[in-house]
Design a protein around this ligand. Structure first.
Ligand code: PMP
Length: 428
């Protein structure tokens, strides 16, 4: 285990007063037997721990930092707002601006409501869907994580997968009785469920690019099947693009795959690193939300100006010509390089990638769903993780999280990472 005396002392203090010493489970590093590093600052694609050690960061705050740390335009936008105040709990122009940007960028979104986290976004989208259809059942897919609302903690990926928590204690059976979970990418299983129960289903929620069981791409025809069957049955199709929205493409996964959802959830990138979520979609569904309609959903700090400013400044950078192309080229360089090295070293891996989201599984593969993701040798991943950390490469401390690139990762940083991976794999 990498030792860092200051992080160690902070973690001991933290464990006395914060459950597990962290405010979100995977950060604790249990799955890789590595205590967390406490981070002092970030700059571009690098982060620095409290001892001053430097790392190339592939967590990017779990996805939001597509521009890297401390992008000057984002920092400036936040500072400008900060000079005027932190929060007013009254409408500000920035909320309108960000909503307009999202509506313009995502074809299927006509109206959008800002919230404070991805969890709130998916929870609210499900509520809106149930109200709209007058039905209770929701369908999700194994290994997809949609935040920690009770009714969505069924066969969830991310920390639930990492920690082997089956659902969660504290969630009443009656609440999850209305949630059905199916294997990801299994069109046949989905079609037969819809045939049997389609008229009772309020919503089908999916990560159109799954990033919470490692990284799993939708197989050709999967998203199309979800669209076709939900339309047939009058169920709402919810794309949870909290992670992949504005990451895999401008306009999100639905632009990339040409399949539109009825409701879309956002988070991460649209908040530029601030606590933000958003859900939006068809007017006839969104018009039910209070105060326009009867479906209640609110938030003291929702749409707060600091977060809106960071989100707007981030999206403006993504709109620049060539932004996604450059990110794609660097992401391909990393993934292809890792694949070549693993092959040369005789380490069996499966590399999945969509744009700047990727996952490397220690299994011959393929990895198309949660069952296949779980065939990965997690002990081997843990050894790889710790050795990479020793070499200054900061990965998410779980096999079941995605790797993210930012625009601040340059060719030289990727080559440094590949050199580290080569040395590490030689010793695996
Ligand atoms: N949906 C997806 C696809 C996510 O990846 C996450 C978080 N990683 C969430 C929802 C929940 O978002 P938050 O952690 O902001 O509540």
């Amino acid at each position: 285990m990498k030792s860092d005396p200051r992080s160690y002392r902070l973690f001991q203090r933290a464990r006395e007063v914060i459950p597990g010493g962290v405010n979100s489970p995977v950060r604790a590093g249990k799955a890789v037997a590595q205590d967390p590093l406490f981070i002092e600052k970030g700059d571009g694609c690098r982060i620095y721990d409290v001892e001053g050690s430097e790392y190339i960061d592939y967590v990017c705050s779990w996805g939001p930092l597509i521009l890297g740390h401390r992008h000057p335009e984002v920092i400036k936008a936040v500072q400008d707002v900060l000079a005027r105040g932190v929060s007013f709990g009254a409408p500000v122009d920035l909320e309108v601006e960000l909503a307009e940007m999202i509506v313009e960028a995502v074809d299927a979104v006509e109206m959008v409501r800002m919230v404070n986290s991805g969890t709130e976004a998916t929870m609210s989208a499900v509520r809106a869907s149930r109200a709209y259809t007058g039905r209770d059942l929701i369908v999700k897919f194994d290994g997809c994580y949609h935040g920690h609302a009770d009714h969505l903690l069924v066969a969830a990926g991310s920390g639930v997968a990492t920690l082997n928590i089956p659902g969660s204690p504290g969630v009443p059976d009656a609440v999850v009785a209305h949630t059905l979970s199916l294997p990801y990418n299994d069109i046949g299983a989905f079609e037969s469920l819809m045939k049997e129960k389609g008229d009772q289903i309020a919503a089908v929620i999916v990560e159109p690019v799954a990033g919470n069981m490692g990284m799993v791409a939708p197989e050709p025809g999967f998203l199309e099947a979800l669209r076709r069957e939900t339309e047939k049955c009058g169920a709402v199709l919810i794309f949870d693009e909290v992670m992949c929205g504005f990451r895999v493409a401008w306009g999100g996964a639905q632009r990339l795959y040409g399949v539109n959802a009825d409701l879309t959830c956002f988070g991460k990138i649209v908040g530029g690193g601030m606590p933000v979520g958003a859900y939006g979609g068809k007017k006839e569904i969104m018009e039910q939300i209070a105060p326009q309609g009867p479906v209640y959903q609110a938030g003291t700090l929702s749409g707060n100006p600091l977060a809106m400013a960071a989100g707007i400044a981030t999206l403006k950078q993504l709109q620049k010509p060539g932004f996604y192309q450059a990110l794609e080229e660097n992401s391909a360089r990393l993934a292809e390089g890792l694949g070549r090295i693993a092959q040369r070293m005789g380490v069996e891996v499966t590399l999945n990638r969509v744009g700047s989201m990727m996952g490397m599984f220690f299994t011959p593969g393929p990895v198309r769903n949660f069952e296949e993701a779980k065939t990965s040798d997690t002990d081997r991943f843990a050894a790889y993780y710790r050795a990479m950390l020793e070499k200054g490469i900061y990965l998410a401390p779980s096999q079941f999280e995605a790797v993210f690139l930012s625009a601040a990762h340059e060719t030289a940083d990727i080559d440094t990472t590949l050199a580290a991976a080569e040395a590490v794999m030689a010793g695996l």
